[in-house]
Each structure stands twice: as structure tokens, then as C-alpha cells.
Design a protein around this ligand. Sequence first.
Ligand code: COA
Length: 260
Amino acid sequence: MNFENIIVDKSDGLAIVTVNRPKKLNALNKATIEELHTAFDSLNIDNTIKVIILTGSGDKAFVAGADIAEFAHFDVKQGGELAAKGQELLFNFIENLSTPVIAAINGFALGGGLELAMACHFRIASDNAKMGLPEVSLGVIPGYGGTQRLPQLVGKGKAMELIMTAGMISAEEALQSRLINHVTTQEELLPLAKKLSEKIMKNSSVAIAAAINAINASYTDGVDGYDVEIGEFGNCFGTEDFKEGTTAFLEKRKPNFPGK
Ligand code: COA
């Protein structure tokens, strides 16, 4: 895969996707969104890849938002299309990926950058990271799912405050607010993401995909998450991974999941 705005590194079942526009603090322009879509799509169907880590290049920013220069002249129709296309291609797409995606937030995660991190399955951050949804300071609102996912993670009141004040919070505050799961130093951020990935990789990738689907179901309108859980639970009994997992337990050995 050859990209201009992102870097994809694959090794030992892990893919690290790095948004690579450091001069623009990794701001998400149209081309970057399209490249991220292509990369995530192909990594998701690659059976050798068990976990994806998403991060930003440089030591200053994860992603400093949607590329303001690109949409500053848009009209109402173009604005709506920008949000719809971005949500479809990237944000909803990542959230519903069957391969786990961890956001490793290495600096500013603002606007579309925080929305991107929130679309990942969970988030960790370095202690220099700053997070916020500053869109109302530009006269718009979050358009890549931020008004929906922020309240899911931090609760409605905190989300209202963060969005209305357009303020930034530190990694420590983000941890307290449950926006992220762990804080570490910049040097230890990728090692921690890899350590978590290794723990995930030991488990059944088929069962993990089913769990992602069931968890996401509770946030999908008109879908009963309990029903989805029952369906996914039942399906697990037909997988090779289930046979291997239960047999290994009974034989008192570690499972070697085929991922089927
Ligand atoms: N879109 C487009 N370009 C961006 C950008 C964005 N969201 N965020 C940063 N950049 C660009 C800057 O324009 C600048 O480019 P230039 O060198 O060609 O002028 C470069 O990245 C470096 O940013 P700069 O503002 O000089 O860095 P800083 O350290 O002074 O400030 C931030 C860092 C993150 C506080 C500041 O860049 C910022 O507020 N960015 C916008 C955040 C935002 O509102 N995001 C939501 C968008 S919906």
C-alpha cells in the first residue's frame, strides 16, 4: 500500500497506522480520510492482522482536527456532505470494524482528531496530550460523530460543557472522565499500545469481532443489544475458535486459535 498522508506498518499480527502530515499537525483533509478508509478496509480483511493501532506522526499532535483550510469556503450543502461522507468512510467505518482499533493519542486530539480517536474501540494517551472539541469556536459543531460519541463516553453534562466551552482537557482529566483508558509518557505510549495488543491477540479474533458487534449494538437506534448478544453468543458455538478454546481449557493447555 502506497500512501501520501499515512504510514502503515505491519508486523506480527499488528498494524500501526500513522497519520503523517506533521507540518499541519496531522489535520484530516479529504485525501487523508480516503487513504485511512482504504488502509482500514484492507487491514480488516487481512486475516493476519489481529489488532490495529492508530496514532499521529511527530511528538506534537495525534490529529489537530479536520483541515480547516479545506472547508472554510463550503456552503450548507457541501458542509452536510462533508460530515456525511466522513462519517460513512471513516468514523462509523472504524467503529464497526471487526478488527480491534486502539487510538494511541500522542499529542493534540482536537475536533475531527478527537472524533477519530472516539471512533476507535478504545483510547490511550501520552501525558502531553490535549483533547477537545473546539468546533463552536469556529462557528460549527462537531460533524464526525462528536456530539454522539462524547456523551456516550463521558456523560451528557461533561460533553455539553466540553463542546460549549470549546476547551481542551489534559490527558489526566480525560482519564478521570473515562474518555481514555490509560495515560503514560510519550516514550511509553506505543509500547503500552503494543502490550495491550498482545493481550488481545492471545484471544479468539472471531469472538472479539462478535463482542464488538454486540457492544456497538447497544448504541444503534432500533436495535436491541441483548438480542444481538444472544445471536452472536449462539454463533460462537459454531466456530473452530470455540472448539479450540474450550478443548484447550479442559486439556489444561493454552489455546491456539485458528481465527475461524
Ligand atoms: N486544519 C488545518 N491546518 C491546521 C489545523 C487544522 N485543524 N491545525 C493546525 N493546522 C496547521 C496550522 O495552520 C499551521 O500551518 P502553517 O504552519 O502552514 O501556518 C500548522 O498546522 C501548525 O499549527 P500552529 O497553529 O502553528 O501550531 P500551534 O502549536 O501554535 O497551535 C493548535 C496548535 C492545535 C492549538 C492550533 O494549531 C489549533 O488551534 N488548530 C486548530 C484546532 C481546531 O480548531 N480543530 C478543530 C477543527 S474542526
